[in-house]
Structures are given as C-alpha cells and as structure tokens.
Design a protein around this ligand. Structure first.
Ligand SMILES: CC(C)(COP(=O)(O)OP(=O)(O)OC[C@H]1O[C@@H](n2cnc3c(N)ncnc32)[C@H](O)[C@@H]1OP(=O)(O)O)[C@@H](O)C(=O)NCCC(=O)NCCS
Length: 145
C-alpha cells in the first residue's frame, strides 16, 4: 500500500468501473490539496486498486469522505477493497475524522454490501444525485463501527 505515484496505471481500473465512479480527472484536483488521501494497492508491482478519501475543514471539520474506490475486476473479492478502505479510514481518523461518509448508487448493491461489512450504515437518499438521474444512498460510519 502506498500513495499515488502513477496516475496512468489506475486509469485502466477506472475504465473498468466507470459506471459507478467519480472520474479521476475530477478527483485529481484534490490530489494537489491532499496527496495523502490517495492510496493504491499493488501486487507484484502492479497497481490493482485505489481509493480516494478527504477530510473536511472549517464547518466540515471532523467529517471524512470517501470519494472513490475501485479494484481491478480480475482482483476483486480477494480482500483488496477491504484493505484499501481500512487504510484510508485509519488515515482519515488520524487526521481528525470522527465520522466517515460516502455515496453509492442505489443500484450498486455489491458496493452497498461491501460498505456495510465495513460498518457503514445507510442514513439517507439523495434523489437524482448522479448525472444519469440515479439516486445516491448516503452511508456513514461512526467511530467504533
Ligand atoms: C466495491 C469494490 C471496491 C469491492 O472491492 P473488493 O476487493 O472486491 O472487496 P473485498 O474483496 O474486500 O470484499 C469485501 C466483502 O464484500 C463482498 N463483495 C465485494 N464485491 C462483491 C460483489 N460484487 N458482490 C457481492 N459481494 C461482494 C465480498 O464478498 C466480501 O464479503 P465476504 O467477506 O462476506 O465475502 C469492487 O467490487 C469494485 O471496484 N467495484 C466497482 C467500483 C465500485 O462500485 N466502487 C464503489 C463506488 S461507490
């Protein structure tokens, strides 16, 4: 697990998962602000997954957000997503996050199950949140969950 160094290598993973993700082209703006919020998982020198998390400031102090996570389709269901999430949550916590939030497409039941295993609970719905009009479920993880 290390911080993002090779942006191109994760674009391929994004392409395979783009239906569900905020584009890296957009997220890369955050990279200039908080490079420590970008983590990649590597196996034998190959980047197989990434996660992006940020921490709020001023009135959002104490709130962490997961902006994107994706694992290469051929490496899924091997625990890599869990390792990425655990690492980013710990990192956000160490930087002061008391709660961690994320949004997930209402139709992405695989990711919802994945997040619930990590202690996230659904706390609301954002109607028509995504550009295609789909609703987002808002999920939150409280300390100790
Ligand atoms: C969601 C995602 C990151 C999970 O990564 P992963 O490396 O496969 O996750 P893990 O192997 O750590 O899985 C953890 C748990 O979630 C379950 N899980 C993961 N993907 C699943 C799927 N497609 N269907 C059902 N369960 C799934 C695993 O079985 C495991 O549960 P278990 O311990 O009961 O077996 C990955 O499927 C992905 O990249 N999806 C496309 C992008 C995406 O949807 N991102 C989320 C946007 S909000």
């Amino acid at each position: 697990m290390h911080e993002l160094r090779d942006r191109d290598s994760i674009l391929e993973i994004e392409k395979a998962s783009i239906d569900h993700l905020t584009p890296l082209s957009l997220l890369s703006r955050y990279y200039g602000i908080t490079p420590s919020g970008f983590l990649v998982a590597e196996i034998d020198g190959l980047v197989v997954g990434y996660v992006v998390g940020i921490i709020g400031t001023i009135r959002w102090k104490g709130e962490g957000y997961i902006l994107a996570i994706a694992v290469d389709p051929s490496y899924r269901k091997k625990g890599i997503g869990t390792v990425l999430m655990t690492n980013i949550i710990n990192r956000l916590k160490s930087r002061g996050a008391k709660r961690v939030y994320l949004e997930v497409k209402a139709s992405n039941s695989a990711a919802q199950y994945f997040y619930s295993k990590l202690g996230f609970k659904e706390i609301g719905v954002e109607k028509g949140h995504y550009p295609d009009g789909e609703d987002a479920l808002v999920m939150r993880r409280l300390p100790g969950e």
